[in-house]
Design a protein around this ligand. Structure first.
Ligand code: ZN
Length: 236
């Protein structure tokens, strides 16, 4: 993704891209509304190199694979935990979509304002407030010909909140270049009155405006209808 960056700006390691994509995929789907979806929303990070699977506090320990039955403990308390989780995940979903929508706007001042408004939320989620809970990490020193010596920090994320907001922070980071071409699809939905697609994606080289060929067709159709209406009004 993207060409080599200007000096001082890196365009991200594959692991960083992978985490950012997990976050954007979450934002592009409807918010989780069932236990199984809550489990999936947390478990999607397992296997990612930034997540410490053994110590990751997820829901899966209390639910069976399908997320429908409770293992061991009192069903009522687990049901309350699921309810609570769904509430949190919906809150993350709302916060993340709001941040992404700001970042996807064309105007640099809007992008900058979105970044500025997010600082406190990121500090809170990632424990960098003064009394915040610390997150653990590992220092990594690598050398690749052409890229030279790089000093990095590899976080060891232990909750879904940390994973979602670390991924979001990577995308919002002005020192990285992961948000280049990041945008939102404003194609109308198939049925009139149902709003717009709203999917987030990275534009390719052709300055693509919509997220898919289907959305491009829908937008072209809507523009056509508009043109015809204008034409009729002018003649009528
Ligand atoms: Zn679309």
């Amino acid at each position: 993704m993207g060409k080599s960056a200007q000096s001082g700006v890196t365009n991200g390691d594959p692991e960083e891209w992978q985490l950012v994509r997990l976050v954007v995929d979450f934002a592009n789907a409807p918010p989780p509304s069932k236990a199984a979806e809550a489990v999936e929303a947390e478990e999607r990070f397992k296997g990612h190199p930034f997540v410490e699977a053994k110590r990751f506090h997820g829901l899966a320990g209390t639910l069976d694979r399908a997320g429908s039955r409770f293992i061991g403990s009192d069903p009522h308390s687990v049901a309350a935990a699921v309810e609570n989780k769904l509430e949190y995940l919906t809150e993350y979903w709302t916060d993340i979509r709001w941040a992404l929508a700001g970042l996807a706007r064309e105007a640099p001042s809007v992008r900058s304002a979105a970044r500025q408004r997010l600082v406190a939320r990121l500090r809170q989620a990632l424990g960098c407030e003064e009394d915040g809970e610390l997150i653990e990490g590992r220092v990594n020193i690598s050398f690749r010909p052409g890229r030279g010596l790089r000093l990095g920090f590899i976080p060891l994320l232990q909750t879904a909140e940390q994973a979602y907001f670390y991924g979001l922070a990577l995308l919002m980071d002005s020192g990285r270049d992961l948000a280049r071409g990041f945008t939102q699809c404003h194609a109308p939905m198939k049925k009139p009155g149902e709003g717009e697609c709203g999917r987030f994606f990275w534009r390719d080289m052709r300055r693509q405006r919509y997220c898919s060929p289907a959305c491009t067709r829908l937008a072209a159709r809507a523009a056509n209808v508009c043109r015809q209406q204008r034409f009729r009004r002018r003649r009528g």
